[in-house]
Design a protein around this ligand. Sequence first.
Ligand SMILES: NC(=O)c1ccc[n+]([C@@H]2O[C@H](COP(=O)([O-])OP(=O)(O)OC[C@H]3O[C@@H](n4cnc5c(N)ncnc54)[C@H](OP(=O)(O)O)[C@@H]3O)[C@@H](O)[C@H]2O)c1
Length: 314
Amino acid sequence: MFSRKKEKPQIDPLQRELYEHARKRIIQKKRLFQHFIVFIVGALFFMLLNLVLGYGKEITFFGIDWFVAAILCWSFLFILHFCNVWLFSKFMGKEWVNRQMERLIAKQKAEIALIQKDVDLMFPKEELLKRKDGFIKGKTSEIVGELKESTSTITMIAAAGENNALGKDNDLVWHLPDDFRRFKKLTTGHHIIMGRKTFESFPKLLPNRVHIIITRNKGYQAEGAIVVHSIKEALEMAKGDMQPFIIGGGEIYTIGMEYADCIELTRVHEAFDADAFFPDIDTKIWKLEKEEFHDVDEKHKYPFTYLTYKRKNT
Ligand SMILES: NC(=O)c1ccc[n+]([C@@H]2O[C@H](COP(=O)([O-])OP(=O)(O)OC[C@H]3O[C@@H](n4cnc5c(N)ncnc54)[C@H](OP(=O)(O)O)[C@@H]3O)[C@@H](O)[C@H]2O)c1
């Protein structure tokens, strides 16, 4: 259905030049080696002709046997060839290396300038300095305001039982495929902020999302994820995102409540035995904007309702 132009594979000119040089060099060495073999065989042949078969015994050049003179001339030519390949050849000489180095540095400088331009657009310097200053002076409430201003909607997304149960033994206590699908649809392409325990409950990284893990452990590392040590730092990391998601668990929802603008809560209509809980939603602060019921079916053991809360204007 689609007619796609066949594109020529792009080869970096630098790599192409390097490859061409290497290819020429191999050919040069191969020819020198062939020359050497022919020279040895030729010299032996001349000696055989003269010394064993007695051919041209009486012929001499400047007082030396013709075959010695021939071998000497050929030796001279071979030495010339040898010097040409090993001494005079400018294969990747110092000049060439310096030129390549200069080109590489210029290329990297251009790339860095481009990246810097993008960074400057995304994070204006004055704003970063202001924020850094604020953190140092501990102006938490101002920063909370600023973070809310700079990220459009900080959203907490969770599924909780009637008793606010979230999970037990670092795992969920229900299986609701439609809720998973909704979670995937809403969070794909965004930053997802989570506690260390929730992160460790995943079998692997969730695709197409930037993982930000909050932990008190300064040495904690997780491949493919960003590790931070406070919710403020996590939100700062997600600043360029128009809708970063706080995805749990219980401890992180509790500290995230203060920063959130929206809560996407799936209320599962059952009370569960749990060890992690969603915090209470204060209706003085939060307004229920939307609700959508999902009944029990063959894939969903419990009925549930998608609830969307928005922070009331203060
Ligand atoms: N139903 C849902 O929608 C849902 C969503 C997510 C998770 N869950 C469930 O929730 C449970 C996990 O929740 P949880 O409350 O036990 O753990 P959590 O919130 O996922 O992670 C707790 C960890 O976060 C770090 N942390 C917490 N507060 C911090 C702070 N102020 N500063 C720096 N680091 C901080 C600590 O990590 P360190 O110990 O490394 O310092 C702490 O142990 C699991 O059962 C999971 O399946 C359910």
